[in-house]
Design a protein around this ligand. Sequence first.
Ligand SMILES: [Mn+2]
Length: 340
Amino acid sequence: MEQIVRNIWNSHQILLASHENPDGDAIGALLALGLFLESIGKKIIMYNASPIPAVYNFLPCVDTITSKLNSVKPYDAAIILDCGNIDRVGEMADKISRIPVIINIDHHITNTLFGTCHLVDPEACASAALVFHLINEMGGKISKDIATCIYTGILTDTGSFRFSNTKKRTFSICEDLMSCGVEPFEVARHVYGTYSLGRIKLLNMALESIEISPNGKLSFMTLTQKMLKETGTHPEDADGVINYARRIEDIKIAVLIQELEDNHPATYSNGSCSTGSCSDDKYHVSLRSNGKIDVAKIAMAFGGGGHINASGFTTKAGLGELKNMITEMADKNSELCIAN
Ligand SMILES: [Mn+2]
């Protein structure tokens, strides 16, 4: 922490970046720290390789996040947020990694501890919570705008305070954030309340596609490129739909299969394949489970990764073959506890 604070004070032009296909934490942490550094007179640029999902348009200054970066020359420091490895920032990763000072702020257990210095805490509920600590450490003031960005990161990364990363500490930070002016109702209204018509239609198609495996333990949802086109939506509009498949009674493992674009650039939302390595894969597969069932094991068998209850991978396999392979693997692997 001290090293990070010192590096920030010594830097004049700072580039901030978070992972492509950003979620609420990637965007919230980026904006919160960017706004704070600006308030103390630093020259900054906020970079994200992907378009920002529309539900986050309400966040202050979200339109100042840029996806175009011509040169990294002006920057004497880069702060990389919510990225397990630097490749997660996307196509500019190589260039950005040449910036003299790299500060790595993250909470993924798989973080490679890249960079000049790092603030990596897998116990933290969100990268935005680490930004909260950093600003406090620097003796900074948390404005209502900054607090709203941090709160959004925490709200979304804890699944609205439902996931196991929700700790006593989480609520105490949120209490502080409310003292800074955050209105949880307003944030929730934006994050969960406003969907485009296309997104609702896509949800309908996803629900329509649900199939249950012959053993009754797995649920499959399939989303095709055609569905995205018909509804005018993007892959990020499918965020969270897998939870419907997971909630079905007696289901142990929920599987969301998303058809990839031809020559898709690289990583998908949970970073299950590294940049450039899987451009001829046909499908991205997300896996979700409850309790003890370890879907990271299944993802790993397919060359992906993730957490015990949430994992993913990409594959060249065909649809039918893929469903059979996953069902078989789940059936055979007694360690997955699927029978119980
Ligand atoms: Mn995060």
